[in-house]
Write a protein that binds this ligand. Structure first.
Ligand code: BEZ
Ligand code: FE
Length: 297
Protein backbone atom coordinates (compact mmCIF):
# COMPACT_ATOMS: atom_id res chain seq x y z
CA UNK A 1 0.00 0.00 0.00
CA UNK A 2 1.32 3.41 -0.94
CA UNK A 3 1.14 5.95 1.87
CA UNK A 4 0.18 9.38 0.55
CA UNK A 5 -0.96 11.08 3.76
CA UNK A 6 -0.94 10.65 7.52
CA UNK A 7 -4.46 9.24 7.35
CA UNK A 8 -3.25 6.28 5.25
CA UNK A 9 -0.85 4.99 7.90
CA UNK A 10 -3.13 3.46 10.55
CA UNK A 11 -5.28 1.41 8.13
CA UNK A 12 -2.13 0.18 6.37
CA UNK A 13 -0.59 -1.05 9.62
CA UNK A 14 -3.84 -2.69 10.72
CA UNK A 15 -4.09 -4.42 7.30
CA UNK A 16 -0.51 -5.67 7.71
CA UNK A 17 -1.76 -7.73 10.65
CA UNK A 18 -4.64 -9.40 8.81
CA UNK A 19 -2.92 -12.72 8.08
CA UNK A 20 -1.52 -13.23 11.58
CA UNK A 21 -3.06 -16.55 12.67
CA UNK A 22 -4.05 -15.78 16.27
CA UNK A 23 -7.34 -13.82 16.47
CA UNK A 24 -6.73 -12.51 20.00
CA UNK A 25 -3.22 -11.36 19.12
CA UNK A 26 -4.63 -9.58 16.05
CA UNK A 27 -7.22 -7.86 18.24
CA UNK A 28 -4.63 -6.69 20.78
CA UNK A 29 -2.05 -5.61 18.21
CA UNK A 30 -4.57 -3.69 16.12
CA UNK A 31 -6.03 -1.92 19.12
CA UNK A 32 -2.54 -1.05 20.30
CA UNK A 33 -1.57 0.39 16.91
CA UNK A 34 -4.79 2.40 16.66
CA UNK A 35 -4.33 3.91 20.14
CA UNK A 36 -0.61 4.53 19.57
CA UNK A 37 -1.27 6.35 16.33
CA UNK A 38 -4.17 8.29 17.87
CA UNK A 39 -1.85 9.37 20.69
CA UNK A 40 0.76 10.61 18.20
CA UNK A 41 -1.90 12.53 16.29
CA UNK A 42 -3.60 13.96 19.39
CA UNK A 43 -0.32 15.32 20.73
CA UNK A 44 1.09 16.17 17.27
CA UNK A 45 4.23 14.32 18.36
CA UNK A 46 7.42 15.91 17.02
CA UNK A 47 10.38 13.93 15.66
CA UNK A 48 12.54 14.89 18.66
CA UNK A 49 9.79 13.79 21.06
CA UNK A 50 9.41 10.49 19.19
CA UNK A 51 13.21 10.00 19.45
CA UNK A 52 13.02 10.63 23.20
CA UNK A 53 10.24 8.06 23.63
CA UNK A 54 12.08 5.40 21.64
CA UNK A 55 15.24 6.16 23.65
CA UNK A 56 13.26 5.65 26.84
CA UNK A 57 12.09 2.21 25.69
CA UNK A 58 15.67 1.31 24.75
CA UNK A 59 16.85 2.34 28.19
CA UNK A 60 14.13 0.24 29.88
CA UNK A 61 15.57 -2.76 28.02
CA UNK A 62 19.17 -1.85 28.80
CA UNK A 63 18.37 -1.52 32.52
CA UNK A 64 16.77 -4.95 32.71
CA UNK A 65 18.93 -7.82 33.96
CA UNK A 66 18.37 -11.17 35.71
CA UNK A 67 18.11 -9.29 39.00
CA UNK A 68 16.29 -6.10 37.97
CA UNK A 69 13.09 -5.75 35.89
CA UNK A 70 12.73 -2.17 34.69
CA UNK A 71 9.83 -3.07 32.36
CA UNK A 72 7.64 -4.20 35.24
CA UNK A 73 8.73 -1.19 37.28
CA UNK A 74 7.65 1.15 34.46
CA UNK A 75 4.28 -0.61 34.14
CA UNK A 76 3.86 -0.33 37.94
CA UNK A 77 4.71 3.39 38.05
CA UNK A 78 2.28 4.13 35.18
CA UNK A 79 -0.56 2.33 37.02
CA UNK A 80 -0.88 -0.27 34.25
CA UNK A 81 -0.05 -3.22 36.53
CA UNK A 82 -2.75 -2.26 39.04
CA UNK A 83 -5.29 -1.59 36.28
CA UNK A 84 -4.72 -5.03 34.70
CA UNK A 85 -4.74 -6.66 38.14
CA UNK A 86 -8.08 -5.09 39.11
CA UNK A 87 -9.65 -5.84 35.72
CA UNK A 88 -8.81 -9.53 36.10
CA UNK A 89 -9.41 -10.12 39.80
CA UNK A 90 -11.86 -9.19 42.53
CA UNK A 91 -11.20 -6.04 44.49
CA UNK A 92 -12.26 -7.62 47.78
CA UNK A 93 -15.99 -7.16 47.32
CA UNK A 94 -16.75 -10.75 46.27
CA UNK A 95 -15.80 -14.08 47.85
CA UNK A 96 -12.31 -13.56 46.49
CA UNK A 97 -9.57 -11.67 48.37
CA UNK A 98 -8.48 -8.54 46.51
CA UNK A 99 -5.43 -9.05 44.35
CA UNK A 100 -2.51 -6.62 44.18
CA UNK A 101 0.29 -6.17 41.69
CA UNK A 102 3.12 -8.75 41.67
CA UNK A 103 5.87 -6.13 41.52
CA UNK A 104 9.38 -6.69 40.15
CA UNK A 105 10.81 -8.62 43.11
CA UNK A 106 9.11 -12.03 43.21
CA UNK A 107 11.59 -14.94 42.95
CA UNK A 108 10.15 -18.32 42.11
CA UNK A 109 12.34 -20.68 44.11
CA UNK A 110 12.19 -19.38 47.65
CA UNK A 111 13.28 -21.86 50.32
CA UNK A 112 10.58 -24.24 51.56
CA UNK A 113 10.02 -23.28 55.18
CA UNK A 114 8.27 -25.29 57.89
CA UNK A 115 5.03 -23.92 59.25
CA UNK A 116 5.85 -21.56 62.10
CA UNK A 117 9.44 -21.12 60.85
CA UNK A 118 11.37 -17.89 60.42
CA UNK A 119 12.13 -16.18 57.10
CA UNK A 120 14.80 -14.01 58.72
CA UNK A 121 17.89 -15.65 57.21
CA UNK A 122 20.48 -13.01 58.15
CA UNK A 123 20.54 -10.35 60.89
CA UNK A 124 17.73 -7.89 60.02
CA UNK A 125 16.78 -4.89 62.16
CA UNK A 126 13.19 -4.37 63.27
CA UNK A 127 10.66 -5.64 65.81
CA UNK A 128 9.57 -9.28 65.51
CA UNK A 129 6.37 -10.05 63.60
CA UNK A 130 4.46 -13.31 64.04
CA UNK A 131 2.06 -13.82 61.15
CA UNK A 132 -0.82 -16.35 61.27
CA UNK A 133 -2.60 -16.77 57.97
CA UNK A 134 -5.37 -18.97 56.67
CA UNK A 135 -6.50 -19.93 53.18
CA UNK A 136 -10.20 -20.71 52.59
CA UNK A 137 -12.03 -21.64 49.41
CA UNK A 138 -15.20 -20.03 47.98
CA UNK A 139 -17.30 -22.17 50.37
CA UNK A 140 -15.18 -20.99 53.33
CA UNK A 141 -13.61 -24.46 53.62
CA UNK A 142 -9.94 -24.69 54.63
CA UNK A 143 -7.62 -25.42 51.71
CA UNK A 144 -5.02 -27.89 52.91
CA UNK A 145 -1.71 -28.22 51.05
CA UNK A 146 -1.87 -24.77 49.41
CA UNK A 147 1.56 -23.42 48.47
CA UNK A 148 2.13 -19.86 49.65
CA UNK A 149 5.11 -17.73 48.71
CA UNK A 150 5.91 -14.88 51.07
CA UNK A 151 8.36 -12.08 50.40
CA UNK A 152 9.10 -8.60 51.70
CA UNK A 153 11.74 -5.90 51.84
CA UNK A 154 14.15 -5.46 54.72
CA UNK A 155 13.64 -2.55 57.07
CA UNK A 156 16.81 -1.11 55.50
CA UNK A 157 14.61 -0.43 52.44
CA UNK A 158 15.87 -3.16 50.12
CA UNK A 159 14.93 -6.65 48.96
CA UNK A 160 17.69 -9.22 49.51
CA UNK A 161 18.53 -9.35 45.79
CA UNK A 162 19.32 -5.61 45.89
CA UNK A 163 21.49 -5.83 48.98
CA UNK A 164 24.77 -7.73 49.36
CA UNK A 165 24.49 -7.50 53.17
CA UNK A 166 21.46 -9.82 53.24
CA UNK A 167 21.61 -13.61 52.91
CA UNK A 168 20.24 -15.15 49.72
CA UNK A 169 16.42 -15.36 50.07
CA UNK A 170 16.37 -13.35 53.30
CA UNK A 171 12.72 -12.46 54.10
CA UNK A 172 11.41 -14.96 51.55
CA UNK A 173 9.85 -18.36 52.12
CA UNK A 174 7.51 -20.96 50.66
CA UNK A 175 4.90 -22.45 53.00
CA UNK A 176 2.22 -25.14 52.81
CA UNK A 177 -1.09 -24.83 54.61
CA UNK A 178 -2.10 -27.49 57.17
CA UNK A 179 -5.39 -29.41 57.36
CA UNK A 180 -7.08 -26.29 58.75
CA UNK A 181 -5.81 -24.13 55.86
CA UNK A 182 -3.37 -22.39 58.19
CA UNK A 183 0.27 -21.39 57.93
CA UNK A 184 2.39 -19.13 60.07
CA UNK A 185 5.85 -17.65 60.15
CA UNK A 186 8.14 -15.31 61.98
CA UNK A 187 9.75 -12.27 60.39
CA UNK A 188 10.38 -8.60 61.19
CA UNK A 189 7.68 -5.95 60.86
CA UNK A 190 8.00 -4.65 57.29
CA UNK A 191 8.78 -0.97 56.72
CA UNK A 192 8.06 1.28 53.75
CA UNK A 193 10.78 1.50 51.12
CA UNK A 194 11.65 3.50 48.01
CA UNK A 195 11.44 1.80 44.62
CA UNK A 196 14.64 1.94 42.50
CA UNK A 197 14.91 5.37 40.88
CA UNK A 198 18.13 5.01 38.88
CA UNK A 199 16.31 3.96 35.68
CA UNK A 200 13.70 5.51 33.38
CA UNK A 201 10.72 4.42 35.55
CA UNK A 202 12.17 6.19 38.57
CA UNK A 203 13.05 9.21 36.44
CA UNK A 204 9.37 9.66 35.59
CA UNK A 205 8.39 9.46 39.27
CA UNK A 206 11.03 12.01 40.29
CA UNK A 207 10.05 14.27 37.40
CA UNK A 208 6.46 14.14 38.68
CA UNK A 209 7.84 15.22 42.09
CA UNK A 210 6.20 12.17 43.66
CA UNK A 211 7.69 10.39 46.67
CA UNK A 212 9.13 7.14 45.24
CA UNK A 213 7.92 5.14 48.25
CA UNK A 214 5.77 2.09 48.86
CA UNK A 215 3.90 1.70 52.17
CA UNK A 216 5.00 -1.22 54.41
CA UNK A 217 3.57 -4.55 53.21
CA UNK A 218 4.01 -8.30 52.94
CA UNK A 219 3.63 -10.03 49.57
CA UNK A 220 1.78 -13.35 49.12
CA UNK A 221 1.41 -15.64 46.13
CA UNK A 222 -1.16 -18.38 46.86
CA UNK A 223 -1.16 -21.38 44.56
CA UNK A 224 -3.25 -24.54 44.53
CA UNK A 225 -4.12 -26.61 41.45
CA UNK A 226 -7.80 -26.08 40.57
CA UNK A 227 -7.89 -22.61 42.17
CA UNK A 228 -7.17 -19.21 40.71
CA UNK A 229 -3.70 -18.16 41.78
CA UNK A 230 -3.94 -15.21 44.14
CA UNK A 231 -1.16 -12.61 44.06
CA UNK A 232 -1.65 -10.03 46.76
CA UNK A 233 -0.15 -7.83 49.47
CA UNK A 234 -1.20 -7.08 53.05
CA UNK A 235 -0.38 -3.51 54.07
CA UNK A 236 0.50 -2.34 57.58
CA UNK A 237 -2.38 -0.28 58.93
CA UNK A 238 -1.38 3.28 59.69
CA UNK A 239 1.77 3.01 57.54
CA UNK A 240 3.09 6.10 55.81
CA UNK A 241 2.35 6.35 52.03
CA UNK A 242 -0.83 4.20 52.16
CA UNK A 243 -2.69 6.97 50.32
CA UNK A 244 0.14 7.80 47.91
CA UNK A 245 1.72 4.44 47.05
CA UNK A 246 4.06 5.21 44.15
CA UNK A 247 2.72 2.19 42.22
CA UNK A 248 -0.99 2.71 43.04
CA UNK A 249 -1.16 -0.73 44.72
CA UNK A 250 -3.20 -0.12 47.90
CA UNK A 251 -6.78 -1.41 48.14
CA UNK A 252 -8.73 -0.77 51.36
CA UNK A 253 -9.52 -4.49 51.80
CA UNK A 254 -5.78 -5.24 51.87
CA UNK A 255 -4.91 -3.08 54.87
CA UNK A 256 -4.21 -5.68 57.57
CA UNK A 257 -4.70 -5.54 61.31
CA UNK A 258 -1.09 -5.66 62.52
CA UNK A 259 -1.23 -5.63 66.35
CA UNK A 260 1.53 -4.22 68.54
CA UNK A 261 2.20 -6.04 71.84
CA UNK A 262 3.99 -4.06 74.56
CA UNK A 263 3.67 -6.56 77.42
CA UNK A 264 2.73 -10.12 78.27
CA UNK A 265 4.44 -13.41 77.49
CA UNK A 266 6.45 -13.08 74.25
CA UNK A 267 5.81 -15.74 71.57
CA UNK A 268 9.49 -16.85 71.58
CA UNK A 269 12.13 -16.71 74.34
CA UNK A 270 14.46 -14.34 72.44
CA UNK A 271 11.71 -11.78 71.73
CA UNK A 272 11.65 -8.50 73.61
CA UNK A 273 8.63 -6.16 73.64
CA UNK A 274 7.33 -4.67 71.53
CA UNK A 275 6.51 -7.44 69.06
CA UNK A 276 3.76 -7.53 66.46
CA UNK A 277 1.21 -10.06 65.22
CA UNK A 278 -0.86 -10.30 62.06
CA UNK A 279 -3.91 -12.51 61.53
CA UNK A 280 -5.34 -12.57 58.04
CA UNK A 281 -7.57 -14.90 56.02
CA UNK A 282 -7.28 -15.28 52.25
CA UNK A 283 -10.22 -16.42 50.13
CA UNK A 284 -9.54 -18.08 46.79
CA UNK A 285 -11.90 -19.21 44.06
CA UNK A 286 -11.86 -22.12 41.60
CA UNK A 287 -10.01 -21.14 38.44
CA UNK A 288 -6.70 -20.99 36.61
CA UNK A 289 -3.80 -21.99 38.82
CA UNK A 290 -1.13 -20.73 36.41
CA UNK A 291 1.89 -18.93 37.81
CA UNK A 292 3.29 -15.59 36.66
CA UNK A 293 6.62 -15.48 34.85
CA UNK A 294 9.17 -14.54 37.54
CA UNK A 295 10.32 -10.93 36.97
CA UNK A 296 13.81 -11.82 38.25
CA UNK A 297 15.83 -15.01 38.82
C1 BEZ B 1 7.06 -4.32 45.47
O1 BEZ B 1 6.16 -4.20 46.25
O2 BEZ B 1 7.86 -5.21 45.66
C2 BEZ B 1 7.19 -3.36 44.33
C3 BEZ B 1 6.11 -3.14 43.52
C4 BEZ B 1 6.25 -2.24 42.47
C5 BEZ B 1 7.44 -1.58 42.26
C6 BEZ B 1 8.51 -1.80 43.11
C7 BEZ B 1 8.38 -2.69 44.16
FE1 FE C 1 7.18 -5.01 47.98
Amino acid sequence: MIIDSEDDVTPAVVKAMENAPDARLREIANSFVKHLHAFAKETRLTEREWEYGVGMLNRVGAFTTDTHNEGILLSDCLGLSTLVCLMNNGAGGSTETAAALLGPFWRMNSPKTANGGSIVRSPTPGPALFASLRVLDHNKKPLEGTEVDVWHASTTGMYENQDENQADHNLRGKFHTDADGRFSFRTVLPAGYPIPTTGPAGEIVLYQKRAPWRPAHLHFLIHKPGFKTLVTQVFVDGAKYLDCDVVFGVTTALVGDYKKHESGAPPAPDVKAPWHTLDYTFHVEPGDSGLPTPPIK
